[in-house]
Design a protein around this ligand. Structure first.
Ligand code: PLP
Length: 363
């Protein structure tokens, strides 16, 4: 006899994050975790420094100043905002609160892995729905819904595919779902989207059905992945649920200070979008010219398709030998692909040159 967790826990495959080190290599270029090209906003660095002497104080459990700053920045009601230790925490709390043994969670085949991991933890049956052209298929998602379905989780744009659904398709999904199914719109990359027919999720939350939640993060465009800070915009009843289950001090004081400064940093989002759009196009064009298929992306990353798992593995090895770390995609069912974050111009150029050299040898 020994201690055992609930059986569903043992079906969880631990999340494997992007690597940051290569043994024996001093200078690495890490483009494996979509962390933003510019590091943290300067104001956020100052804010973290300035709060250090107050680190003995518990943070504000109500997260009031940060929720107000987010609300002001994005034009949202602060009372409908809940902050978390990364949006991963909020996604987990939602799935644990609304899922559970005997329920189903529906996601797309190449959707974000945390839904699968937390869904299993919660005891849900996780249903992965085939995609079309690496894009969520709304009809197939609706067809996969059954009487036990409690949650539909969707990243838009999706990581790792980069694909996006226009607002009309998101609306069609919501309208086709029963009212007692929670639709979780994970908009971690919302700020990078340049298409006009996109809504990050607030419109559906505001539509009043009480059953749609949007999650957002400070880990991507705001360059604060190490602070662990995310937020949800949710109907009042869901805010109430999250307030019951979150830890009383789930957002630490440094993260709060950094988050407030980040959303108030003048020009940060604009500068980041401009850089991302420029280099997403340039890097995509360079890879295409080198003979690598690049999937269309609305995020701060590209999914590079080498055509076979062997070739993707060889490319990964060749890049690593030069200190370049990309994200292997086997865990997402895309073993022929590598995901490449948009870094600085210099980093993107270095990767483009290395892949061109690899393809010239192995093409
Ligand atoms: C990075 C990412 C997250 C996690 O963000 P954190 O706020 O750092 O927990 C959530 N969803 C998607 C799709 C992501 O790519």
């Amino acid at each position: 006899m020994t201690v055992m967790p609930r059986p569903s826990i043992l079906s969880v495959e631990p999340y494997v994050g992007g690597e940051s080190k290569i043994p024996g290599v001093n200078r690495v270029v890490k483009l494996s975790s979509n962390e933003g090209a510019f590091g943290p906003p300067p104001g956020a660095i100052d804010a973290i420094r300035n709060m250090a002497a107050e680190a003995h104080r518990y943070p504000d459990g109500g997260v009031t100043a940060l929720r107000e700053a987010i609300g002001a920045r994005f034009g949202l009601d602060p009372t409908q905002i809940v902050c978390g230790n990364g949006s991963d925490e909020l996604l987990a709390l939602l799935i644990l609160a609304y899922g559970g043994e005997g329920t189903e969670l529906v996601m797309s085949a190449h959707g974000f892995l945390m839904y699968d991991i937390t869904g299993r933890w919660a005891g849900c049956r996780v249903i992965k729905v085939p995609e079309r052209n690496l894009t969520v298929d709304v009809d197939a998602m609706l067809a996969a819904v059954g009487p036990r379905t409690k949650l539909v989780c969707l990243a838009n744009p999706n990581n790792p595919t980069g694909s996006i659904l226009p607002q009309s398709e998101i609306m069609r999904l919501r309208v086709g779902l029963r009212d007692d199914i929670l639709l979780v719109l994970d908009s971690a990359y919302a700020e990078y989207v340049t298409r006009m027919d996109y809504d990050a999720g607030a419109a559906l939350v505001d539509a009043g059905g009480g059953n749609t939640v949007m999650t957002r993060t400070f880990s991507k465009i705001f360059g604060l992945g190490g602070m662990r800070l995310g937020w949800a915009y949710a109907p009042a009843a869901v805010v109430g649920v999250l307030s019951r289950v979150r830890g009383p001090f789930n957002v630490n004081a440094a993260a709060m200070a950094a988050g407030i400064a980040a959303v108030q940093e003048a020009g940060w989002i604009e500068k980041s979008i401009a850089h991302n759009t420029e280099w997403r196009i340039k890097l995509g064009a360079a890879l295409t010219a080198a003979g690598v298929k690049v999937w269309p992306s609305e995020g701060n990353f590209l999914l590079a398709d080498f055509g076979s798992a062997e070739k993707a593995k060889a490319a990964d090895a060749a890049l690593r030998s030069r200190g370049l770390i990309m994200r292997a995609m086997g865990g997402y069912g895309l073993p022929a692909c590598l995901r490449i974050s948009i870094g600085t111009g210099e980093e993107c150029q270095t990767v483009a040159d290395a892949i061109a050299a690899f393809m010239a040898q192995h093409g």
